[in-house]
Write a protein that binds this ligand. Structure first.
Ligand SMILES: O=C(O)CCC(=O)C(=O)O
Length: 293
């Protein structure tokens, strides 16, 4: 077992638009911004009870961090529950059950009155303000977003640890082909350097987010997230505009995702096992050529 080389992400209070654009957005550098939400109604109002009181009879799909198996699509929930009951569960005890990508606009539009798309130089895609919930101790497998959007992720209620890896780290992370995640057998909290030697080269960036903090996750950045307490977050996204990145987004969303789902449905576990073997071979081949060069 080992620990990644880790650098703390810079925290800036009350950042100006110019500072954000020049020093973080253009160079695609992560940053934690505090104070960005302090004038939002959400800053004072949002907690688990506030969301629970608006849950009505909604039923939500829930995910855990177990690897996907067999013919499952990687986005298949493990169970579903009334949102009200799920939020009560979060308050009561640790659980690895999470809500992933709850579209506020479709599911609880009244929350739109509680926050703003901040004026910091990003052109947000307002159709997809997404919410995420997790229990104390839950984690989100390391992945990057396949639309390659620039993301601002705001956290509420408890604390969470966010570990980021730049796109350049993909070659050491055992990225699985036709996907945006790495080998699901890797425990990112306690990486096994004997079994996965390329992980020794990984350089991580890390931050702990408290209520109201925001983190900028540039396009293509990997994120591995640990909920230290029960809590929830929203992610606001700005879609890519550069033609090269847009082409990659289109490939990921239109071809890669559908191809992967087709292969899983038709070949199932054999496809997953084949890709896992290929991932190890490819990553370790890169490592040898890097050492040799
Ligand atoms: O915090 C979470 O639960 C997941 C966040 C995430 O993956 C995202 O914003 O893209």
């Amino acid at each position: 077992m080992g620990k990644f080389k880790t650098t703390a992400i810079t925290r800036v209070a009350n950042i100006s638009k110019q500072d954000f654009v020049d020093n973080y957005f253009r160079p695609q550098k992560p940053i934690v911004m505090t104070g960005l939400t302090k004038d939002w109604p959400a800053y004072d109002k949002w907690n688990l009870d506030y969301i629970r009181d608006r849950a009505g009879d909604q039923v939500v799909p829930l995910y855990d961090s177990e690897p996907t198996k067999g013919r499952q699509n990687s986005a298949v929930p493990v169970t579903e529950m009334k949102l009200y009951d799920y939020l009560e569960l979060l308050k009561k005890q640790p659980t690895d059950l999470r809500i992933f990508f709850y579209n506020i606009l479709d599911k609880m539009p009244e929350l739109l009155d509680d926050f703003e798309f901040p004026d910091i130089g990003l052109k947000f895609f307002k159709r997809l303000p997404a919410m995420f919930f997790g229990g104390a101790g839950s984690q989100v497998l390391a992945h990057y977003d396949m639309d390659l959007a620039d993301l601002i992720h705001f956290h509420f209620h408890g604390t969470k640890r966010v570990t980021l890896f730049s796109p350049g780290q993909s070659k050491y992370l055992y990225r699985v082909p036709f996907s945006v995640h790495n080998l699901e057998t890797i425990d990112m909290a306690n990486p096994d350097f004997e079994k996965y030697p390329a992980l020794r080269n990984v350089e991580a960036l890390q931050a702990t987010l408290n209520h109201g903090d925001a983190i900028f996750m540039p396009s293509g950045y990997w994120h591995y997230i640990q909920y230290l307490d029960a809590g929830f977050s929203i992610t606001l996204r700005a879609l890519p505009t550069k033609p090269r990145t847009l082409m990659k987004t289109a490939y990921n969303v239109i071809f890669m995702r559908n191809f992967e789902n087709l292969m899983r449905r038709s070949i199932g576990q054999k496809w997953i096992d084949y890709k896992d073997r290929l991932t190890v071979r490819k990553t370790e081949r890169n490592l040898v050529s890097r050492v040799g060069s």
